[in-house]
Write a protein that binds this ligand. Structure first.
Ligand code: EAX
Length: 323
């Protein structure tokens, strides 16, 4: 073989072994969300895709509408790195990282301003860091929003009205305990749950207003009470080892794009809340805008003493968030 031909062969082999496979493998990022287009998770994921693709050669492929299974299953796939990233509701995270129960604590945040102050501050950063134990890189918090109760049995004004109602809760240890304490009969299930509500397997669910609207739950739920009992963050994550294996400038870019997407998405959610509420009323839901929350708070006052909050780390973090 001529010398130039040998060199060409060596160059090709070298590129294959060291260069191209890395470039190919690294250029497409699979990102999972459980919800369908138009949903809060998708708004964040799509913004992230737009920002990252405009600023780099990465391609972001969004898997949505439960095509990867439930949020719990998406988290498992991120851990295995068959999916690299996700925008996932904080609820199901608490099985993987118990510290996440801290931000799902009932009535923890008074309003959106307080959410931003705490989650964007040192307490939020500490929580993102805690995700590393489960091999997740925590990039940012976007949001599902404040969760409200809907049901088909009766109007709910005080906590006594919740008694015995069969409610679907997220696949989360805390959410299950919470609704048990409130007197309901909770069943953890992945998302979506329209059919179960329609068939009457369950009578109730709780979610932010955009969910009730986007998933047409008003067709199968008569009563809405603005309980705002839990603020539901999304945690925007990547597989930790995949992320750490990227060049530093890519890591920084991905982090920055996700943070910008999260800020954009929180604003989107908040700007649209009043509109979702009017649409739900117009669609015929009976809305209690001022349920007697004192009765709810009283029932969950002792939640931090439950087993799910045992452990020094989790108690210390809870303290930080409550200060
Ligand atoms: O994002 O599972 C849930 O209740 C979530 O809030 C739902 O997926 C909407």
């Amino acid at each position: 073989m001529k010398i130039w031909a040998k060199r060409l062969v060596l160059l090709c082999v070298g590129l294959l072994v060291f260069g191209l496979p890395q470039a190919w493998a690294g250029s497409t990022i699979k990102l999972g969300v459980v919800t369908k287009p138009g949903s809060a998770q998708n708004v964040c994921a799509e913004k992230f895709k737009e920002l990252l693709e405009a600023r780099s050669d990465y391609q972001v492929k969004i898997y949505h509408s439960a095509s990867l299974g439930t949020e719990t299953q998406i988290l498992q796939q991120i851990q295995m790195n068959t999916v690299q990233m996700g925008v996932i509701t904080a609820g199901p995270f608490d099985v993987f990282v118990p510290e996440v129960r801290v931000i799902n604590y009932p009535f923890l945040f008074a309003n959106a301003q307080e959410v931003d102050q705490i989650l964007d501050g040192p307490a939020g950063r500490k929580l993102l860091k805690a995700l590393e134990k489960a091999r997740f890189k925590g990039l940012a918090f976007s949001e599902n929003g404040f969760r409200h109760l809907t049901n088909n049995v009766r109007p709910v004004h005080t906590v006594d009205d919740v008694k015995g109602i069969k409610i679907r809760v997220m696949e989360s240890a805390l959410h299950k305990e919470l609704w048990r304490l409130l007197g309901a009969n909770p069943t953890p299930m992945g998302w979506p749950i329209y059919t179960e509500l329609q068939q009457g397997t369950i009578d109730a669910q709780e979610n932010p207003l955009w969910v009730i609207w986007t998933y047409k739950l008003y067709e199968v739920q008569k009563y809405l009470s603005l309980t705002g009992h839990v603020y539901s963050a999304h945690i925007d994550v990547a597989n930790l080892d995949w992320f750490n294996g990227l060049p530093p400038k890519d890591r920084e870019l991905i982090q920055r794009c996700m943070q910008e997407a999260a800020v954009y998405q929180r604003k989107w959610n908040r700007d649209n809340e009043a509109d979702f509420l009017s649409k739900l009323k117009a669609a015929g839901m009976v809305v209690d805008e001022h349920p007697d929350l004192a009765t709810f708070r009283a029932k969950v006052a002792d939640i931090r003493n439950l087993d799910i909050y045992s452990g020094k780390d989790i108690q210390a973090m809870l303290q930080t968030f409550m200060e």
